[in-house]
Design a protein around this ligand. Structure first.
Ligand code: GLU
Length: 256
């Protein structure tokens, strides 16, 4: 079996401040995934951005809606927009991608889980890059994943990944407030390291996650034997540098 990498990319990486998709960033990300495929890695992309990009598209036209209905509406439009763009970008690079939308239920019964796993396996076997997201249009409130960080951990386990990379809009886990110049990125975190005091409970602006949830997932997955990297998805060629220049690339590695 080829080595497999699960790559999670957050809404804050994929969208601009006005909520619209950042096509330049998406294109750069796709190029890096294509390069990893060329190096014989299987890559599964867990991509957020549906709700944020749908919101960007509809904001002007939407009368006041309750939070759940608004999220469903934004996700239904935004997911189509997101996949449309990924599809074109991968195809221009000579590859195919496909969409896998999932819900918490798909991880809770054996049959659902098996079907989902089979789907991802057949895609990988045929050189199709699975682009996974929660089916936000139909999963609501208590039936939702905490966020796509949780989902990316479950996917990494499902595919037997040799690494999980979580791309965010910060360089990693800082030893203080990331906005303070004296704060530094913690380069390695091992089981038992006390990091709670460094982690802010602040949530992501565009998505549902935050550093607390990323670290929770990263610790759990690293404890299960899969190394996890939290890095800045806005840095040039970050996905490749994580592997090509481990010492020189600022990010946080959770040692398996
Ligand atoms: N699934 C959500 C989306 O695509 C993002 C959830 C999260 O922020 O983790 O918009």
């Amino acid at each position: 079996m080829k080595r497999r990498i699960a790559v999670k990319v957050g809404s804050n990486v994929l969208t601009r401040a006005d909520g619209n998709l950042d096509f330049t960033r998406m294109s750069a990300l796709v190029d890096q995934i294509v390069e990893l495929r060329r190096r014989d890695f299987d890559v599964v992309l867990i991509s957020s951005g549906a709700v944020a990009s749908g919101r960007g598209e509809l904001r002007e036209d939407v009368p006041p809606l309750d939070e759940v209905a608004a999220r469903q509406l934004f996700a239904s439009v935004g997911q189509a927009k997101l996949m449309n763009r990924y599809f074109e970008l991968f195809r221009n690079a000579g590859m195919l991608c496909g969409q896998v939308l999932t819900t918490k239920e798909h991880f809770s019964t054996r049959e659902h889980y098996r079907n989902q796993k089979r789907c991802v396996e057949v895609m990988l076997a045929h050189g199709v890059v699975p682009v996974v997201n929660e089916n936000d249009a139909v999963s609501v409130t208590e039936l939702m994943f905490t966020d796509n960080d949780e989902l990316s951990g479950l996917i990494a386990e499902m595919i037997g990944a040799s690494a999980l990379v979580i791309l965010s809009n910060v360089d990693g886990v800082f030893d203080g407030d990331p906005a303070t110049p004296s704060s530094r990125v913690i380069r390695e975190i091992r089981a038992g390291d006390e990091i709670g005091k460094f982690i802010s409970a602040k949530k992501s602006e565009q998505g549902r996650g935050g550093m607390e949830s990323k670290c929770g997932v990263a610790r759990r997955i690293a404890a299960a034997g899969v190394p996890v990297v939290i890095a800045n998805g806005r840095r040039e060629d970050i996905l490749l540098k994580i592997f090509d220049d481990p010492a020189g690339t600022v990010c946080t590695r959770f040692i398996a």
